[in-house]
Write a protein that binds this ligand. Structure first.
Ligand code: G4P
Length: 531
């Protein structure tokens, strides 16, 4: 346990939200508290602009900028915080899902006006798979939103998680007066555009105190007393174990744009958020405190500029110490590799990093050796698990438009799918290739990159599939199924059998007709079920 001190001061997390709930704004405010002010401007420019949604080149360009802010590290009260950015654009949702495998907890931002939205639901499903601890930040309390009790109800029902408010709002919209901290028993009075250094908190350990009436007025003081009595009766003390197990999510109310409620959130975060956690491999569970280095690749970022063909692979350190220029074992290709220029994301440090510890993320320049999920060790042969692929939403057949460039096309599509840009399904026993993506823009990215980087031109024919399901179960039942459903059964890149269903009705019918077969909507069904 050589590196316990380094491990215990690290927290690695992501902020997730439906677009526009306030993720970027909250990120900036957290960075301000961390003193990483020079980065704050970059966060805004990192955000994919709304008007650019139809222009994938612009989005990619902005994604390029975002490499620098993919991981924002800052110190707050002696804790080293690694905040992993997740793309807001829904067409790149897979990137976000993978980033969630590299964090130890998340902060979920909910817009008080819109409540639980589509992307919130999906992201939370991914968190549920790994029981990731969640803190909820209800944002935009300065607007007329849903009533707090109704909102809590909605979140609990829709996201299937128990909540535990740690602060409580006094009114909302124009009448918003602030929040009462149920933990500190103090009143934090709202002022618009609060400075990071400004402190408007007043300790009120006993709510019966007349000071409360003085501060917020009699009517609101009375309402707060009633609310808090109700809350304390229902919730009691926060069960931190339940939070760490992903069963209970503490809730804060605030207004990110006004820098309000952010400090309480951050103070609680560093107090309760998990230290870098261990990870499962196909051989054994790796504890972060193990002396030997292990880590895995969770994201690969390609450079769209043809003059710079290098890619950056994002490595999450899981145990031991990562060192520059030291040989590590790349277990999938069974080769030793070393990195002379590992890229540091630490805002205030120079670009090259000498060492990194569990919880840290290192950028590795890659010329095509890595794919998502690849594992580096000090020699032990194993592979990290828990980085599942999810069923795509759109399916198109890949048509080669230039038979002279077949090899280039095959190579290109293999490398792009290794990067996780899209999923490739090949017809079982055939050569038909189907590409599955989360959003339309990904098809454009593939077409463009195949041409620019590999000189291969292709076209896409839309297919009316609804979901891809990995199938497992009784061997004979599977063999029969594959024979009868030949045109719907494909293989993924690793040779696993996948059934492409035309509609929910078809999928349900097949499920009923084939009780000995299991249909899974993620590739890592075993891990998903075990965790
Ligand atoms: P996102 O990253 O989750 O997509 O959201 P982002 O932070 O960009 O916020 C979306 C919009 O919501 C922004 O307004 C932002 O200013 C606003 N916002 C964030 N927090 C609050 C809050 O507490 N109260 C209110 N009323 N608004 C908030 P925009 O007009 O889209 O962009 P901008 O021009 O203000 O940057």
């Amino acid at each position: 346990m050589k590196y316990e001190k380094e491990i215990s001061r690290r927290r690695t997390f992501a902020i997730i939200s439906h677009p526009d709930a306030g993720k970027t704004t909250l990120t900036e405010k957290l960075l301000l508290f961390g003193g990483a002010i020079q980065v704050a401007g970059a966060v805004k420019s990192n955000k994919i602009k709304k008007h650019a949604t139809s222009d994938f080149m612009e989005i990619e360009r902005q994604r390029g900028i975002s490499v620098a802010t993919s991981v924002m590290s800052f110190e707050y009260k002696d804790v080293l915080i690694n905040l992993l950015d997740t793309p807001g654009h829904k067409d790149f949702a897979e990137d976000t899902y993978r980033t969630l495998t590299a964090v130890d907890s998340v902060i979920l931002v909910i817009d008080s006006v819109n409540g639980v939205e589509e992307q919130t639901r999906r992201l939370m499903e991914v968190c549920r798979m790994r029981d990731t601890p969640v803190i909820v930040f209800v944002n935009k309390m300065d607007r007329d939103g849903k009533y707090p009790f109704d909102l809590l109800d909605e979140i609990e029902k829709e996201l299937n998680i128990s909540l535990h408010p740690l602060s409580w709002p006094i009114n909302m919209g124009k009448e918003f007066k602030g929040v009462y901290s149920l933990y500190d028993k103090s009143l934090n009075l709202f002022t618009a555009s609060q400075k990071a250094t400004e402190d408007n908190t007043v300790p009120i350990p006993n709510l019966a105190d007349k000071l409360l009436d003085e501060k917020v007025g009699e009517r609101d003081a009375q309402q707060l007393r009633e609310d808090v009595e109700l809350l304390e009766g229902v919730y009691g003390e926060l069960d931190t174990e339940a939070y760490l197990g992903g069963k209970v999510a503490p809730v804060f109310f605030g207004s990110a744009v006004n820098n309000f409620g952010v400090k309480e959130l951050l103070d609680t975060f560093i107090r309760i958020a998990p230290l870098p956690l261990g990870r499962a491999t196909d051989k054994r569970f790796i504890e972060p405190t193990e002396d030997k280095f292990t880590g895995f690749i969770f994201k690969i970022h390609a450079n769209l500029d043809p003059r710079h063909r290098d890619r950056i692979a994002f490595l999450r350190v899981c145990s031991g110490k990562f060192e520059r220029n030291k040989y590590f074992h790349h277990t999938r290709i069974d080769k030793d590799v070393r990195f002379s220029n590992p890229y540091s994301f630490l805002a205030r440090e120079k670009d090259v990093i000498e060492e990194a510890y569990p919880g840290d993320v290192v950028g590795l320049f890659d010329t095509g050796n890595f794919k998502i999920g690849d594992t580096l060790t000090e020699g032990e042969m194993m592979q990290f698990t828990g980085i599942p692929t999810f069923s795509p939403e759109l399916f198109k057949e890949l048509v080669n438009k230039d038979p002279m460039k077949t090899k280039q096309l095959e190579k290109g599509i293999r490398q792009l799918t290794d990067e996780g840009v899209a999923q490739l399904f090949t017809q079982h026993g055939g050569n038909r290739k189907i590409i599955g993506c989360v959003g339309e823009l990904q098809f454009e990215v593939i077409q463009y990159r195949l041409l620019q980087e590999y000189g291969a031109s292709c076209a896409f024919v839309p297919l009316a599939f609804y979901k891809a399901c990995w199938i497992t179960g009784d061997k004979k039942a599977i063999d029969d199924f594959v024979r009868f459903k030949q045109s719907n059964v494909m293989e993924d890149k690793d040779g696993n059998l996948v059934y492409l269903a035309q509609s929910e009705w078809f999928l349900n019918t097949e499920r009923q007709n084939n009780p000995k077969i299991e249909f899974h909507t993620t590739s890592e069904f075993k891990t998903a079920m075990q965790n």
